[in-house]
Design a protein around this ligand. Structure first.
Ligand SMILES: Cc1ncc(COP(=O)(O)O)c(C=O)c1O
Length: 391
């Protein structure tokens, strides 16, 4: 078995990448360690790069289509990774998950209608709904023993005749939960009984750590499957977000036809040729690489948990069950968010995401992206300790 090296430090500055090349303009410190934008600092696996190079060598990149190989690679990946059997006709290719969320909102709701989200949650869940002229209804997650769960009572209290959609994040960015089958079943039933379609954003579903298992929502039952649109992509898993290639899986024929019609009406059905090539290579050959990456990420997570426990016990980190995003509680330092954020950027030289961008429930927290070589993570945490102080 080939061993991949996740310790390698690969310079990314000067490649027009948001994470590094926006450090100066966004934060005023071009040399900070960037632990913000959710992409990885790991090399894309060789089998993806080889497939892109092979296609690039042809030197004509004109109109293309997704062949059987594209659809079969998705079908096989779902089967082998998640034990989920899907049919080819359920898959509709899209060009990025966030634009897909916005498209679903436009296709399935009218102006002013309500969309439920469960903060603290990925910022575009707020902005997509608002920017499409729909109404955001926030039903915050509930905190139980330092972890998070859904607030079902809150949900029932917030549903009315204007409520059309719920956007689920599974696994959840930023709190790192892999929702259990029991939790999903209750949530799914409430939505079904109230005629609320679920958008299940499962972009992080391949990045799950030991002891946890991702359950695609439709796998729980046909009933729930018939009331949801699952959004997925290889972009987080394989560090290929720049190729803007994603897909939805829609088991219900009527819902699928409606969304397909919307995508065609906006001429959104064409794909990026290199994204198509990369997706196929990733899903055909990527199982072992993903397992190795997950093991490395899990060790990074454990390194962080131990670091905070031993050296900065005032910080509480939720037990990240999936994703490479840690959610850390810094409230014991008693500092205001802008003040701590500036200290981290200017004194420590590290950039995290402020918790407040995930909703007001995130105030007092930061999100830390640990998809980087261990050495970089250790340096960032040490700088944090030296700046904020330990015990
Ligand atoms: C939950 C979630 N959805 C979607 C995205 C981004 O998807 P895309 O780059 O395909 O628009 C992210 C990126 O962090 C995410 O965390």
């Amino acid at each position: 078995m080939k061993r991949y090296n996740f310790d390698e430090i690969i310079p990314r500055k000067g490649t027009d990448c948001e994470k590094y090349d926006h450090l100066q303009s966004h934060f005023g410190n071009g040399n900070a360690i960037p632990l913000w934008v959710a992409d990885g600092d790991f090399r894309v696996p060789d089998f993806i790069t080889a497939a892109i190079r092979y296609r690039a060598d042809h030197e004509i990149y004109a109109y293309s289509f997704r062949s059987d190989g594209f659809f079969n690679s998705i079908i096989n990946w779902q089967q082998n990774r998640h034990g989920w059997t899907i049919e080819r006709e359920m898959i509709l290719p899209t060009q990025g998950v966030v634009s897909t969320l916005a498209s679903i909102i436009m296709a399935f709701t009218e102006a002013g209608e309500k969309v439920i989200i469960q903060p603290p949650v990925y910022t575009p869940f707020f902005t997509c709904v608002k920017d499409c002229g729909r109404t955001v209804v926030e039903n915050p997650l509930k905190q139980v023993n330092g972890s998070y769960t859904f607030d079902f009572e809150g949900l029932l209290g917030k549903i009315d005749k204007q409520t059309r959609l719920l956007i689920l994040c599974n696994p959840h960015n930023p709190v790192g939960r892999v929702w259990s089958e029991e939790e999903l079943l209750i949530l799914g039933d409430i939505c079904l009984e109230n005629n609320i379609l679920i958008i299940s954003d499962e972009i992080h579903s391949d990045l799950v750590f030991s002891g946890f298992k991702h359950v695609p929502l439709p796998k729980i039952s046909d009933r729930l499957g018939a009331n949801c649109i699952v959004c997925m992509a290889p972009s987080k898993t394989f560090n290929i977000a720049g190729l803007a290639t994603s897909f939805v899986i829609i088991p219900d024929k009527k819902i699928r036809q409606k969304f397909d019609h919307f995508l065609h009406a906006l001429h959104l059905s064409n794909g990026n040729l290199f994204g198509t090539v990369a997706l196929q290579a990733a899903y055909q050959s990527g199982m072992d690489w993903v397992n190795q990456q997950n093991a490395y990420l899990e060790a990074n997570r454990d390194f962080m948990l131990a670091f905070f426990r031993n050296k900065m016990p005032r910080i509480q980190m939720t037990n990240t069950e999936a994703t490479y995003l840690a959610w850390i509680d810094v409230r014991e330092y008693g500092m205001l968010e802008p003040e701590m954020n500036r200290m981290l950027i200017d004194k420590a030289g590290i950039v995290l995401n402020k918790g407040s961008i995930y909703g007001k429930e995130g105030i007092g927290y930061f999100r830390l992206n640990f998809a980087c070589p261990r050495q970089v993570l250790e340096e960032a945490l040490t700088r944090m300790e030296n700046t904020l102080g330990g015990g």
